[in-house]
Design a protein around this ligand. Structure first.
Ligand SMILES: C[S@@+](CC[C@H](N)C(=O)[O-])C[C@H]1O[C@@H](n2cnc3c(N)ncnc32)[C@H](O)[C@@H]1O
Length: 225
């Protein structure tokens, strides 16, 4: 399958992407991922839970999650220096800045020890990576037993939904249009395909539901042991 979006493309697209996604409907959707995080305290003995946000981009996702939970500690990981350059001032301006760390790295080889996170998120991320199995086995490795992965991914066969029912913000309509275009090239998922991929990496899928008016899937999975 063709792959056009590498780190350089994200560097170039970072200003547009940042502008397009720094809006309430996007943040609200990201916050929806948190209801699948594991209950209770974190596994590392520190207060609150520790999350890795894979492909954090301009950190709208990392910040939305950190601001929604005053105890959550978030690592925002991305391989694009251009995206991280947009992320830094955003994080500095956030009241949650002390709990957000930005790391440049590749999700196919995560620079973290085994079992060091309670949760991992990928909001519009996995479909962009050619070696998806490699990313998922890295996620399994860095999650503690009982830790959760929550993904938002584009849906194959999803109709072009009336997104104005979700938001009248033209930036949102544009972001959905570009998401459909990019995922048309990089690959969309059926529910069965996405579940099989995640289970193939040794994670147990808890649920996979339609989201964004049927354009996407929200999948939650757990590391059992
Ligand atoms: C569509 S953006 C999503 C940004 C953010 N999660 C959001 O929802 O607004 C995808 C991000 O994944 C990053 N990315 C793609 N492949 C990656 C990889 N192998 N390792 C780390 N980051 C990657 C890109 O640089 C880009 O910033």
């Amino acid at each position: 399958m063709a792959r056009i979006l590498g780190a350089r493309a994200f560097d170039l697209g970072a200003p547009l992407y940042d502008w397009m996604t720094a809006q309430e409907i996007w943040r609200d959707h990201i916050r929806g991922l948190a209801r699948h995080f594991p209950e209770g305290a974190g596994g590392d003995g520190q207060p609150g839970r520790r999350l890795i946000d894979l492909g954090t981009g301009p950190a709208v996702s990392a910040i939305a999650l950190a601001e929604a939970d005053p105890l959550l500690r978030v690592v925002g990981l991305d391989y694009s220096p251009g995206m991280l350059a947009r992320a830094r001032p955003r994080v500095s301006a956030s009241p949650a800045r002390e709990r957000i760390e930005l790391v440049q790295g590749d999700a196919r080889a995560l620079p973290f020890p085994d079992g060091s996170f309670d949760a991992a998120t990928g909001h519009s991320f996995l479909y962009l990576v050619p070696e998806r199995g490699k990313v998922l086995s890295e996620v399994r490795r860095v999650l503690r037993p009982g830790g959760r992965l929550v993904l938002l991914e584009p849906r194959r066969g999803g109709r072009f939904a009336p997104v104005e029912a979700l938001s009248r913000d033209p930036r949102f309509a544009l972001s959905m249009m570009l998401w459909r275009l990019a995922s048309g090239v990089e690959g969309r998922f059926t529910a069965q395909g996405l579940v099989a991929l995640v289970e193939g990496a040794g994670l147990r899928v808890i649920g996979c539901e339609e989201t964004l008016s049927g354009l996407g899937w929200r999948l939650a999975a757990e590391r059992v042991e």
